[in-house]
Design a protein around this ligand. Structure first.
Ligand code: NAD
Length: 343
């Protein structure tokens, strides 16, 4: 299968490219604008086995060229502005990349591949489109769409567009909504890598509010495997929630990371670096996913538990300073106190 992976130089897109480049029968073309979040170093292990096109998904001519060059049987659409804090500071970039970009890509797909019933377009999205939960309950595929931040609203709009292109034009689209990912090659502005690197460097570990916000965490390689299952075996027009039933509060995660860094890099009681900061505006309290549909229809199961995945992730950052040192030198994720990380 020839697949176009947008956002291929990002955190999850690069994990998808690394997975597929090592799997038989796949021809991968990664498309990425290389914004501040794109990093070719994340594709370095497979760069000799994939094609790479630097292009903006919101540019119709560039997307027509990308389709002409790659002649894909499938698109996995991950390119997006993704950091909630940045969406609060500057929402219009999110509207452009996540809404206009998705519409432009769907149009390019319709024009290039619309008549092919075997073509697939997977819109990769977030559980944040469902809004916030109380103490109990889970997001199901039929939960109301109720986004709260400019980021989640722009992703929800992209999901609606993907469904509309299926209903209106018959383009074979699918949508996936996943919880918070963690793992190798995640930019150090996000909670887990920020905490690992600040803990290593003895810097404050910012935690929003009371630290009680709950997220449902999934290792990025388990997400990549789920996306391949949905793309190849999912039912056209359907939505699949992706999660590992792994709810954790932010403060629990930060404490767990402190303990792992203490264990691997020398005991220093890094929990003392935890610093509570003013809460993010409109901070959703709890996200939790019901992945029953993915489990029963597509027999997907996560490989990593949160504990094994987090341990591997901390080790990866400790073993790979060449990946993150240049990013830290540019100021990424250096204790943005007052505007701190939260997934
Ligand atoms: P990321 O920020 O690490 O990567 C996004 C990539 O998209 C970057 O390489 C960037 O250069 C590229 N990009 C941004 N705007 C672009 C544009 N206009 N044209 C072309 N490329 C552009 O993000 P991520 O964490 O890898 O997320 C990937 C996708 O998965 C996103 O759509 C996101 O909404 C979704 N998602 C992420 C998570 C998570 O926890 N990280 C969870 C669920 C869903």
């Amino acid at each position: 299968m020839k697949v176009l992976v947008t956002g291929g130089a990002g955190f999850i897109g690069s994990a998808v490219c690394r997975l597929l480049a090592n799997a038989p029968g796949w021809t991968v073309t990664a498309v990425d604008a290389l914004t501040y979040a794109g990093n070719l170093a994340s594709l370095a292990p497979v760069m000799d086995r994939i094609a790479f096109i630097q292009a903006d998904v919101a540019d119709p001519a560039a997307m027509a060229d990308a389709f002409a060059q790659a002649r894909p049987d499938a698109v996995m659409h991950l390119a997006a502005e993704t950091h909630v804090d940045r969406s609060i500071d500057g929402p219009l970039d999110f509207v452009r990349s996540n809404i206009t970009g998705t519409a432009v890509l769907l149009e390019a797909a319709r024009k290039a591949c619309g008549g092919n019933p075997d073509f697939r377009f997977l819109q990769v999205s977030t559980d944040e489109v469902y809004g916030s939960l109380g103490e109990d309950g889970l997001f199901r595929e039929d939960s109301p769409i109720d986004p709260r931040s400019p980021y989640s609203a722009s992703k929800a709009a992209g999901d609606h567009l993907a469904r509309a292109w299926n209903h209106t034009y018959g383009l074979p689209t699918l949508v996936s909504n996943c919880g918070n990912n963690y793992g190798p090659c995640q930019l150090p502005e996000k909670l887990i890598p920020l905490t690992i690197l600040n803990a290593l460097e003895g810097l404050p570990l910012p935690v929003y509010g009371d630290g009680g916000n709950v997220r449902d965490w999934l290792h990025v390689e388990d997400h990549a495997r789920a996306l391949v299952a949905i793309l190849t075996r999912g039912r056209v027009g359907e939505t699949y929630n992706v999660g590992a039933r792994s709810e954790r509060t932010n403060i629990d995660i930060v404490r767990q990371v402190c303990d792992l860094v203490d264990r691997f890099a020398g005991q220093q009681n890094r929990r003392e670096l935890i610093t509570f900061v003013a809460d993010r505006p409109g901070h959703d309290r709890r996200y939790a996913i019901d992945p029953t549909k993915l489990e029963t229809e597509l027999a997907w199961r996560p490989v990593e538990s949160f504990e094994t995945g987090l341990e591997k992730t901390v080790r990866w950052y400790l073993d790979n300073p060449a990946w993150w040192e240049p990013l830290r030198a540019q100021g990424h994720g250096r204790a943005r106190l007052g505007l701190a990380a939260a997934g």
